[in-house]
Design a protein around this ligand. Sequence first.
Ligand SMILES: Nc1ncnc2c1ncn2[C@@H]1O[C@H](COP(=O)(O)OP(=O)(O)OP(=O)(O)O)[C@@H](O)[C@H]1O
Length: 591
Amino acid sequence: MEQPPKRAKISLTGIRKALRLYEYAKPYRFQFAVGLLMLLLSSGASLAFPALLGNLVDAGHKGQLLQQLDKIGLMLAAVLILQSLFSYLRIRIFVSVTEKTLAVLRQATYSHLIRLPMKFFAERRVGELNSRISSDISQLQDMFTTTLAEFLRQVIIITGGIALLAVTSWKLTLFMLAIVPVICVLAVVFGRFIRRFSKEVQAQVAESNTIVEETLQGIFNVKAFANEFFEIGRYRTKTNEAAATGIKAGAYQGAFVSFLILGLFGAMTAVIWKGAMLMAAGDIEVGQLFSFILYSGFIGGSISGLAEIYTRIQRALGASENLLEIHDEPIEDIHPLPPAQRIPAIAGDIRFDGVSFQYPSRKDIAVLENVGFHIAPGWQVALVGPSGAGKSTVVSLLLRFYDPVSGRILIDGKEANSYDLSVLRNQMAVVPQDVFLFGGTIRENIAYGNPLAGEEEIIHAARQANAWEFIQHFPEGLNTVVGERGIQLSGGQRQRIAIARAVLKDPRILILDEATSALDSESERLVQDALDKLMQGRTSVVIAHRLSTVRRADMILVLDKGHVVEAGTHEELMGKEEGLYKGLSELQFTV
Ligand SMILES: Nc1ncnc2c1ncn2[C@@H]1O[C@H](COP(=O)(O)OP(=O)(O)OP(=O)(O)O)[C@@H](O)[C@H]1O
């Protein structure tokens, strides 16, 4: 479910922090200043409007010459035209500044986000992060395009309006100020109270919808457990609750409308009544009363509007805090590699030396303890062991997604963290268990291994990966779109695309996470054959789930509960009576 937007208290430090985001708007500050000027002018023009209308009424009332009436009429027309022109320019300028600023902010946020270390992503849910960022940025968009302008406009209207009123009649102004703002504030508070109810109804309806969604998605389980009536009951309770809250909210809503009629119309009547008294006493003119009422309406509207703006500013501050939190996270030391730096920089010798590790999110659980092994360049090494033994963690450390808590990882005899991270990762390729294909074409998916590769190289890689044959069979060949709106590839085909990607990358160290789900034997043969070709002449580390594929490995590392418990070739390990490997392999072949 979407989270409600975060609201931050409006405080000086909060505002000062949020102003850091202003950096992104800095290049457009002159444009912004012009926008502000337009705002001032359009607000000023709107203040002139009631005064002129009042003059018009006065002139008419006093039976003044048509000439005089025409003059005021023309001035009004000019004010109207200017106001609409200023507003048009103000909106255009603000929107243009906002769009440019937000584009830069979006780019900066994304480019920071994608360079954050794995640790950051392991601790957060990606979907949440995604919706968080997009909603935070749209809050800021609101802030820059409308909220700020509205806020300034309303402040100008309230202060300017009151000043103008006081000049006309301070007696009536005091009377009006004693009533109108109070009613407006009450209306806002009451309105918020009611909104809380409607939010509650929405939440309850959403909960009942979740029941529908979950049970329909999991209809197999509902039916298999014969829980239809249990679910009907659950749904009935939730919908009845929502209805009860809705009915209660309705009662308050009715009261709110009555209050508005009584309060606002009452206030208006009171001001006009007082104004009429003053007029009778000869204190003010009819036109002045007319413009007085218009100004009071403007002021009342602006006071109510400020409450909404206050909430929007809180949200914008909350959104800035969220974004700044991401911007403040330290990023990985990575950078784009020029083609010259893509050439092999290592031979592929890997040594783990007393490596211990815990995940930063769960520091109490030792995932690897004193793990040591040596892999010579060109070796094929299999990592085996029960689920949760730490196989994937070894690979994550090798990729330097995390650093060991103690011990050292050496690549070609040099500490892994003494290498440039981008250069090191560029020497490695991963063929994962669940191959992730992007929604683009097959060509784009293969070229992910080396975005600079040309057509020839891509085809060569596809051939090496035994993928060319099936790709050729698609009418659009390499340009076939995969994923959601394109062709769905089979598990074996996806794996071969991933292998082609790795071929194209031409790494010194290859990491394979063997698929757990079995492919059919033909597909399995093609994948295995492609992998064999890929592994030639490189150091490869295979997380092996099916022991039948590790027989030919130069070394098998058996992990259990974070320790390397056995190491050796298949024959050596099979020779160990009571050994874990022997046990596992016997278990697998008998099932
Ligand atoms: N990001 C993480 N944060 C915290 N703990 C984790 C994280 N990833 C894995 N672990 C824990 O580390 C231990 C080792 O996990 P790992 O994934 O390395 O095992 P594995 O041998 O690859 O298992 P499998 O064969 O099931 O994939 C497990 O207990 C797991 O719960």
